[in-house]
Design a protein around this ligand. Sequence first.
Ligand code: 0X9
Ligand code: CA
Ligand code: ZN
Length: 426
Amino acid sequence: MFTTRHKAVTAVAAAALIMLPSLHSAVAAAPETPPPTPGAASAQDRDVYKVPNTDSKQRTEIAATGAQVLSSATGEATVEATRAQAEQLRQAGFTLQHQANVADALAKRSKGAPGQFPPGDEAYHTYDEVQQEMDAAANDHPEIAAKSVVGTSFEGKDIPMMKISNNVAQDEDQPEVLFNCNIHAREHLTTEMCMRIIQRFTDNYPDDPTVKEMVDTREIWVIPVSNPDGSIYDYESGEYQGWRKNRQDQGTDLNRNFGYKWGCCGGSSGDPASETYRGEEAFSAPETQVLRDFAESRVINGEQQLKGFIDFHTFSELVLWPFGHTEDDVTDGMTQEERDRFERVGTAMADTNGYTPQQSSDLYVTDGDSLDYMWGEQRILSFTFEMYPSSGGIDGFYPPGDVIAEETARNDAAVDIMLREAGAGA
Ligand code: 0X9
Ligand code: CA
Ligand code: ZN
């Protein structure tokens, strides 16, 4: 791994040298659209289509071309595809109705200053603001909140993490839950979800009895930005890029790079240009290594301390449980009893936020996603939440800042259920 990274860094340094003159002359004009990532399908090359009347098998077939199913409300799929992928789908007999070019749709939005979210979206936390607010929360609540760096990204940026618990400096024998956000770069609302969790379980500790109970009896881990390189790249020019992956070469889809049945089942792409590129090998991305290493580090005396995991994504308003790699409800690593527990807890959470509960593969089959690893390998009760909105095109990833409060508070009760359930049967 070290060799691969070293090589990549050298290549980037060489590229930077070659690019120096043009980079210099570009400094004056701001905001500047970042140079397209060589090889990767840029926003210009991707379009959004509607595909009527799909079932999960067809959505899996669509995803297998490397196209991305953005949502599928009442069977009508919204699909993001390159021209080649669209052609392949038409040849396979799908009806595609063109909605918009991704770059055109993003260019219509108002522009922000470099390094800032655009006008109307200022309420979103930049990476620096995430760090500052986590520092402030830890400083204001030193007994119950501790900030650390769980690992570093491909570009060497810190991935910050918060632990929230009573006696936070001690590793107590209490059920642990991990909340992960922004593994997909453009899904910025999820960062706000993790910031909401941090804010609520620190500020409300004295006054809210449920918060107090959970902080006193659980160990809560929160990672607001698990893909900092991709997240920053998406907004830093002041104009959204519609970026999904990390920033390793053409980008790896981190949610296809986990090492449980990696690449097994046609639920990811081997093409580095694809939005769902699975990477060179399982855990080839530093960011998935960080999550794997953290999960492994929580095995104490042979027992996994993490009893619950939620990976927050946008969008479609879904509560998803494993497995993603197979349509089978019951399979190797999932008994009927375990499946029934997932359905029971998933449905209970969905009853509180109005999302639709289902098995991951009911949306479409994926391999190498975070849930399949966290459950399949680590046996942690794991869910993917697809947050607001319920449907949409590329703009579905960029709801205005004024929805943040409502759409994050909407998951308070579900978060509490996850924390409570982490203490059951342990
Ligand atoms: O495709 C994904 O990685 C997730 N959806 S997103 O639009 N946020 O990219 C869903 C992953 C859940 N797993 C399966 N659907 N199998
Ligand atoms: Ca504790
Ligand atoms: Zn996602």
